[in-house]
Design a binder for this molecule. Sequence first.
Ligand code: AP5
Length: 216
Amino acid sequence: MRIVLLGSPGSGKGTQAIRIKKKFGIPHISTGDIFRDNIERNTTIGMEAKSYISKGLLVPDSVTIQIVENRLAEDDCKDGFLLDGFPRNLPQAEVLDKGLEKTGKKLDAVVNLDVTDEIIIKRMANRRICSSCGESYNLLFSKPAADGICDKCGGKLYIREDDKPETVVNRLSVYRNQTFPLVEYYNKKGILITVNGEDSADKTFLDILSSLERLP
Ligand code: AP5
């Protein structure tokens, strides 16, 4: 399966990606995770990406597209992949289509998680990440047992820099202007699945699975 996860910031792409990856045994490629890893390691890409991410802006296509092309060329992506956070604008979507066409492949499905801005803002304000193993928590929906401590590894939990309320507002606006047009782009291609992302994570996952089964 070749799947793209689409949806506004905080709509649950990462949460669903874990489940989809496990179900289909395909590699999960998150451009956000790749950038955060580069930022942590202080690479040239990380330093450039940080200046955009901290403002809630998209990292330039010249950087992002190259990263994804390199990753998709790796052996484990030969028979399928799950893209999370890419493409995020029309030029990225077109490059992805052309790259796949060259090798006689195409996307099977684009899963669009539909969540209102009001809920997004609540989710982002309550997201906490483990500084050690990367596990994601939510103080409203999936609290750690002990305040500020990861259940899995005992690491310290932190708030993502781009989850600050003023940055979230920018990310939502970038999503509306640059990413939302992809919903229509993929709808026209007949591969768009829109799922209510406001249900519980498990219910949303079941909806994704049954929609994937209905695809021609
Ligand atoms: P990225 O990391 O991709 O961020 P995002 O798209 O803004 O998405 P998030 O990771 O914030 O949220 P999510 O949808 O994965 O939701 P999650 O499952 O965590 O990108 C970060 C930045 O990198 C971008 O802003 C941009 O600058 C740059 N970038 C990345 N890709 C790029 C590209 N292609 N081009 C250019 N720049 C790029 O859930 C959120 C919270 O809600 C969690 O606390 C979770 O526990 C909770 N939650 C999830 N589902 C549910 C549910 N069903 N019910 C209750 N709570 C839930």
